[in-house]
Design a protein around this ligand. Structure first.
Ligand code: UGA
Length: 435
C-alpha cells in the first residue's frame, strides 16, 4: 500500500520504517531539515534497538522516502498517518495544536479517497473534531475517512513491539476505512480490536493508566514492606504467579517516568473531569508517583537530618535503562530537590545526554561509577542500568566518604551489602541495613 507518515519523531519514524519493511511504499514527511538530512544519510535520530540497521535497509531498498514535501506525500498515498506530538499543558489538558496544523496543511492535497489515521495519542473526541475540520476545509466527505490507531510501543523495544505487539486497535465509524486498515495490518498476524473512535482513543489512555496504577500500587506496598519487615520482590513474585494479576509491571522502585505514563495519566484525569467524572484511582496513582520519585531525598533527610554541604553520587539519569531519554525521569526531580537543599551532586549515566547538562549545568558529570562515587557521602541508584548490578561494593566502601546507599531500583544483593560492611543501605521495600 502507499502510505504517508507525517512526523519523523519516535512514533512516526518507527511506523514508517516498519510498514516499509512489510512491503509497503512509505513517504515520511518531516519539516525539521536537520532531522531529514540525518535520516537521508542513514543516521538514526533517536536511540532505539535495531533502528540503525532498519533505517539503512529501508534507504537501500527505497521502501521509505524522507522528505519535507507534504504535497507529494499526501497526493501519492492511500493512508495518511498523523504522528506528531501531543504534549500535556500545565492544566493537564492535551495540546492537539500540532494535529490541527497538520489537518490544515494536508486538506488541500486530499484529491481522492484517503484514510486519515491518528497515531498520536489524542483525547477522546479528537477523531470527530478532525472530521469536522476536514469538512470545514472543503475536503469532500467521500474523499476521506478517519481512523484512530493508537500505538503501544515501548521505547527501546519499539521495533520489536511493532512486529510482535499484543494488540492493534482501530477505531472508526467507517467500515470501508476499517477494512483498509485491517488489510494493512493483516500480515503482522496480531490480534485486532475494531471499535468506534471514542473507544479506540480511550483504550490508549486506559492501557497506560492501568500499567501506571500497577506501578504506584506496588510502590505503596513496598513502602509498607519497609515498615513491616516484608520483602516486596517476594510479594511481587507471589502476586505474579496468579495469572489474573500477571508478573509484569510489579517492579517496585522510584516510580514511572518517560514521555507517556506521566503525561497520559494526567491527561486521563483531566479528560474525566471534563466529562464530570472522577477517576480517583488514576489521581492517586499520579500522586503516589510524584512522592515516590523523590523518596531518596526524604530518606537522606531522615538519615542525616541536615544534608546541606553533603556530596551525593547519582547513578543513572535516564527514565529507564537502554534509552537516552530523560523525560520525566525520577533523577530530574531528585537532583532538583537535592540542589534546593544545597547538596553537591556528582552524576553518572552510561548514555548521559547534552540535554541534562543544559538543565543542570552546575553538577559534576562523571565518566564511570567509581569516579562518580569517590568522596561521596551517599549514593542513589536511580536507573537500573546493567553495569550497576555488578558494582564492587568493597571498592565502593573504600572510595566513598560514607557508604550510604539508596538503591532506588532494588538491584543490589543484600548479602553482598552485608559482606562489604556498607554503612547504611536503603531499598524500596526490601528492608534497610544500618551499621
Ligand atoms: C509505555 C508503555 O509501556 C507502552 O506500551 C506505550 O506505547 C508507551 O508508554 C507510550 O504510550 O508511548 P515506555 O514509556 O517506553 O512505554 O516505558 P515502559 O517500559 O513501559 O516503562 C515506563 C516507566 O515505568 C519507566 O520509568 C519504568 O522504570 C517504570 N516501571 C516499569 C516501573 O517502575 N516498574 C515496572 O514494573 C515497570
Amino acid at each position: 500500500m502507499n502510505i504517508c507518515v507525517i512526523g519523523a519523531g519516535y512514533v512516526g519514524l518507527i511506523t514508517a520504517l516498519c510498514f516499509g519493511k512489510k512491503g509497503n511504499t512509505v513517504i515520511c514527511v518531516e519539516k525539521n531539515l536537520d532531522k531529514l538530512s540525518m535520516l537521508n544519510n542513514g543516521v538514526p535520530t533517536i536511540f532505539e534497538e535495531g533502528l540503525d540497521e532498519l533505517l539503512k535497509e529501508s534507504l537501500n531498498t527505497d521502501s521509505v522516502k524522507f522528505t519535507d514535501n507534504l504535497e507529494m506525500g499526501i497526493k501519492s498515498s492511500d493512508i495518511i498517518f498523523i504522528a506528531v506530538g501531543t504534549p500535556t499543558k500545565d492544566n493537564w489538558d492535551v495540546d492537539i495544536g500540532q494535529v490541527e496544523v497538520v489537518i490544515n496543511l494536508i486538506s488541500p492535497y486530499i484529491n481522492k479517497y484517503k484514510v486519515v489515521v491518528t497515531k498520536s495519542t489524542v483525547p477522546v473526541g479528537t477523531q470527530k473534531y478532525i472530521t469536522s475540520k476536514l469538512l470545514e476545509n472543503n475536503v469532500p466527505k467521500e474523499y476521506f475517512d478517519v481512523v484512530s490507531n493508537p500505538e503501544f510501543l515501548r521505547e527501546g523495544k519499539a521495533i520489536y513491539d511493532f512486529f510482535h505487539g499484543d494488540k492493534i486497535v482501530l477505531g472508526s465509524e467507517s467500515q470501508k476505512a476499517l477494512e483498509v486498515m485491517r488489510k494493512l495490518y493483516e500480515p503482522f498476524k496480531i490480534k485486532m480490536v475494531l471499535t468506534n473512535p471514542e473507544t479506540a482513543e480511550l483504550i490508549k489512555y486506559t492501557s497506560n493508566a492501568m500499567l501506571s496504577v500497577k506501578i504506584s500500587f506496588i510502590n505503596e506496598i513496598a513502602n509498607l514492606c519497609n515498615k513491616a519487615c516484608a520483602d516486596i520482590d517476594v510479594i511481587a513474585y507471589a502476586l505474579g504467579l496468579d495469572k489474573r494479576i500477571s508478573p509484569l509491571f510489579l517492579k517496585a522502585g522510584l516510580g514511572y517516568g518517560g514521555s507517556c505514563f506521566p503525561k497520559d495519566t494526567k491527561a486521563l484525569v483531566k479528560m474525566s473531569e471534563n466529562y464530570n467524572c472522577n477517576l480517583n484511582i488514576v489521581k492517586a496513582t499520579v500522586d503516589v508517583n510524584e512522592k515516590q520519585r523523590v523518596l531518596p531525598v526524604d530518606i537522606l533527610l531522615e538519615h542525616y537530618k541536615i544534608i546541606e554541604g553533603k556530596t551525593v553520587g547519582i547513578l543513572g539519569l535516564t527514565f529507564k535503562p537502554d534509552t537516552d531519554d530523560i523525560r520525566e525521569a525520577p533523577s530530574l526531580y531528585i537532583i532538583e530537590k537535592l540542589l534546593k537543599n544545597k547538596v553537591n551532586i556528582k552524576a553518572y549515566d552510561p548514555m548521559v545526554t547534552k540535554e541534562i547538562k543544559n538543565i543542570f549545568p552546575d553538577i559534576t558529570y562523571c565518566d564511570g561509577v567509581y569516579e562518580c562515587l569517590e568522596d561521596c557521602d551517599a549514593m542513589i541508584i536511580c536507573t537500573e542500568w546493567n553495569e550497576f548490578y555488578s558494582i564492587d561494593l568493597c571498592k565502593v566502601n573504600e572510595i566513598m566518604r560514607e557508604s550510604i546507599i539508596i538503591d532506588g531500583r532494588n538491584i543490589l544483593d543484600i548479602e553482598k551489602i552485608k559482606e562489604a560492611n556498607i554503612k547504611a543501605y536503603y531499598s524500596v521495600g526490601k528492608g534497610n541495613i544500618k551499621n
